[in-house]
Design a protein around this ligand. Structure first.
Ligand SMILES: NC(=O)c1ccc[n+]([C@@H]2O[C@H](COP(=O)([O-])OP(=O)(O)OC[C@H]3O[C@@H](n4cnc5c(N)ncnc54)[C@H](O)[C@@H]3O)[C@@H](O)[C@H]2O)c1
Length: 251
């Protein structure tokens, strides 16, 4: 029960991957979890499942992180329901693999808007409550794409993830005096059942081949890193990027 009595607000937490796995891990460790996702029906279903499986206090809410109104509504709902917000897990991010010359303004704005601007909106909305509490943990999911060159049309995504890492370092400096930490987790390829809808099979095969460690990374591997950063054990770490990659960033 490493997160007993903590309140965690998670974005993009009703999908098949890292967000839901982290919501489950945090609930298992005793936190009340606010499961938000652009798909409100799925967020409510996942919140109900987590409440049933772990006996956790949960809330399931629709939230598109590109909407300032949605973000402030879920922060207000979290404070109304639980009175505080100890952990913000910024999981929302999206990719549309496209070569630079073919990236339309619409695709650029979707990827940057969800991944970078959405993270900013969520941080801006929770920090005042965390300052009021004199405590807080902000954890944002980035990617090794943020510091590696990658073929295959990831320039907009990589720029957005690098932006989240730079944003987080500066945020960490600003909020440290209030005992708030801000860190990022950079996974490499983490498989879930939805991945084949985003990436072509040859790209999936190539990403697996780059991983030295002899098994596939799972959403739970990333959730475990998030637990560490959210727990008492992670208190003195801030402005950092924790890589969960099976070693693939070295390649
Ligand atoms: N899966 C990987 O290989 C991998 C690798 C590195 C980084 N990441 C990052 O990890 C995070 C989670 O990815 P995942 O693949 O584990 O999937 P996930 O299941 O954790 O997240 C997908 C969810 O995001 C939601 N979503 C999409 N746009 C949204 C928006 N605007 N507002 C709110 N919710 C939105 C979807 O509805 C879906 O439920 C992302 O930021 C991704 O960029 C993933």
């Amino acid at each position: 029960m490493r997160l007993k009595d903590k309140v965690a607000l998670l974005t993009a937490a009703a999908g098949a991957g890292i967000g839901q796995a982290t919501a489950r891990a945090m609930a298992r460790e005793g936190a009340a979890v606010v499961v938000t996702d652009i798909h409100g029906d799925r967020a409510r279903t996942v919140a109900a499942e987590i409440a049933g499986e772990y006996g956790a206090r949960t809330l399931g809410l629709a939230c598109d992180v590109t909407s300032v109104a949605d973000v402030s509504r879920v922060v207000e709902a979290t404070l109304a329901a639980f009175g505080r917000v100890d952990i913000l897990f910024n999981n929302a991010g999206t990719n549309r693999p496209t070569r630079v010359v073919d990236i339309t303004d619409e695709v650029w704005n979707l990827v940057l808007g969800t991944t970078l601007t959405g993270t900013f909106y969520c941080c801006r909305a929770v920090v005042p409550a965390m300052i009021g509490q004199n405590s807080g943990r902000i954890i944002s999911v980035t990617s090794v794409a943020g510091f590696r060159g990658l073929a295959g049309g990831h320039a907009h995504y990589a720029a957005a993830k690098a932006g989240v890492m730079a944003f987080t370092r500066c945020l960490a400096m600003e909020v440290a005096p209030h005992r708030i930490t801000a860190n990022t987790i950079a996974p490499s390829f983490i498989f879930n059942e939805f991945i084949p809808h985003i990436y072509p099979q040859d790209e999936i095969d190539r990403m697996f081949e780059e991983i030295p460690y002899p098994r596939k990374g799972t959403p739970e591997d990333v959730a475990n890193a998030a637990l560490f950063l959210a727990s008492d054990e992670g208190e003195y770490m801030t402005g950092q990027t924790l890589c969960v990659t099976g070693g693939s960033w070295m390649r």
